[in-house]
Design a protein around this ligand. Structure first.
Ligand SMILES: [Fe+2]
Length: 493
């Protein structure tokens, strides 16, 4: 016999399903795909079946999913936020945290259990209605943490729990660490972006954070896109904090920033007015990471950016800025003049070490660059300035433009970047989805200020790389033929 509660849940799910199916027809954006509105072609049975399957795949349940760590403030050593999703049955969500235990004694029923080890924190819940479902997003903040300490945590409602995740709080001192940077994931997220996300994690499992330079998804209003984004990196997001910047695909329609953004990320809200959780900064072990929002209020962010750069204490040795639209474009026929005019003077005055962007679905990386040595191609390897990068991690590819300012560039390649700092040295690598190093350089802080840049992997085009692979393959084939010939000759003796 069916449990009465389960039967009620089944009926509720059926009602929700019908409501969502109805709202799908109502909420469909023009041009965003098949629609059930009467003015357009009715859906085929295959399309209806596909939509029903998509709804089922991305349905929330009482069990937490889409678990993601972020920092809720600039100070990162003592506070950590976690955000997750459930269905609407969960109205009193909680998170539990403990110093990372070598054994199972944080959980009732297991040897060594001590409830005194565990602290329970209430979460703030935000409902979100999407084209596929109605969900609850929960945000919990762990505060008064010890710096440079390993913690374990789980999220749930007291009955249904996630697994225990583990994370390390940063040190308040500058210490060696690495981080991951992705350009646009955006398309074919499950099928083709997941190996990039997982490859980056495999190469740098102790990364302190992950930067996403905008266009995380194709359609910021589509819950299925976000479902793929969260599942592609999966539990990695529960262990390494993310620093997401919104792209134009997280904007759209009349509402501006997608309704998904703020419920699913818990980020600082003390930036410029009207840009809460999209324009913010974090200080992490001697690095200031500034996330700008290149989609709106660009000029309004300038004084804030200048203040954040000017106020860097001596303990901040490195500065990284990320946003979506590059101020030096790599895509053919693309340019973001307004953003360049607003922010470049500030960059040139305060010399951030790296500016990491996306949007152009190609790869391009400069030498040390300032306004006075741009676009001429003659002074790419300047003795001072900032390194600008455009990269792409997802499947969508554009053509390269004419790029005299780049020291390295390529098209038709999915990439992830691994960046390490140790004292006065910063090491940068861009790797392809295969895991090969495509581009690498090092920055060294000079005693008199500024950096020196040393190339570690000559830049080239994808065609050059292709030729190298072909040459290597041809060489291997010749060697194999020689070996066979020698073997035959020896046997004939
Ligand atoms: Fe974009």
């Amino acid at each position: 016999m069916k449990h009465p509660r389960r039967a009620a849940a089944t009926v509720a799910t059926a009602v929700l399903f019908v409501a969502v199916a109805f709202s799908l027809g109502q909420n469909q954006k023009p041009g965003s795909g098949a629609s059930t509105t009467t003015s357009e072609k009715p859906l085929t049975p295959e399309q209806i079946a596909k939509k029903e399957l998509t709804t089922r795949i991305h349905a929330p349940s009482p069990m937490p999913d889409r678990v993601i760590l972020t920092w809720p403030s600039s100070e990162t050593t003592t506070a950590q936020a976690v955000t997750w999703r459930t269905d609407t049955s969960v109205t009193a969500a909680v998170a539990q945290i403990a110093l990372a235990d070598p054994g199972p004694g944080v959980e009732s029923g297991w040897r060594g259990y001590d409830p005194g080890k565990v602290k329970t924190v209430s979460a703030r819940t935000t409902p979100l209605t999407t084209g596929l479902n109605i969900a609850h997003y929960h945000s919990a903040r762990f505060t008064e943490l010890r710096p440079k300490t390993r913690y374990m945590y789980r999220v749930g409602d007291g009955r249904n729990w996630s697994e225990w995740f583990q994370f390390d709080t940063p040190s308040p001192e500058p210490e060696p660490f690495g981080f991951i940077y992705f350009g646009d994931a955006q398309n074919a997220i499950k099928s083709l972006w997941s190996r990039v996300a997982r490859g980056a994690y495999s190469d740098m499992p102790k990364a302190k954070f992950i930067i996403h330079a905008g266009d995380l998804v194709q359609n910021g209003a589509d819950d299925a896109d976000w479902g793929e984004w969260h599942s592609a990196a999966g539990w990695i997001n529960g262990m390494i904090p993310s620093i997401p910047s919104p792209g134009n695909h997280e904007y759209g329609g009349k509402t501006g920033l997608t309704d998904h953004w703020r419920p699913q990320f818990t980020l600082p809200e003390d930036g410029p007015s009207g840009l809460a959780e999209t324009c913010y900064y974090h200080d992490i072990q001697g690095m200031r990471v500034i996330c700008l929002n290149s989609n709106e209020k660009v000029k309004e962010q300038t004084p804030w950016l200048e203040k954040v750069l000017a106020s860097r204490p001596p303990s901040i040795r490195w500065t990284v800025i990320t946003f979506h639209h590059p101020i030096y474009s790599t895509g053919k026929g693309r340019d973001n003049k307004t953003i360049r005019e607003a922010w470049r003077p500030i960059f040139d005055r305060y010399n951030p070490d790296l500016v990491l962007t996306g949007h152009d679905h190609t790869y391009g990386r400069s030498g040390l660059m300032r306004e006075d040595n741009l676009m001429t191609g003659s002074q790419v390897h300047s003795s001072s300035g900032t390194v600008y990068v455009v990269s792409v991690s997802g499947a969508k590819m554009y053509d390269l433009g004419d790029l005299p300012w780049t020291a390295s560039k390529t098209a038709n390649t999915q990439l992830y970047q691994l960046i390490r700092v140790d004292g006065d040295l910063l090491k940068y690598e861009a790797r392809t989805a295969r895991g090969d190093v495509f581009d690498a350089f090092e920055l060294r802080r000079r005693s008199g200020g500024g950096n020196s840049l040393e190339e570690r992997q000559p830049g080239g085009t994808d065609a050059d790389r292709g030729r190298k692979y072909e040459n290597a393959a041809a060489g291997a084939a010749i060697l194999a033929l020689i070996a066979v010939a020698v073997g035959w000759a020896v046997r004939r003796r």
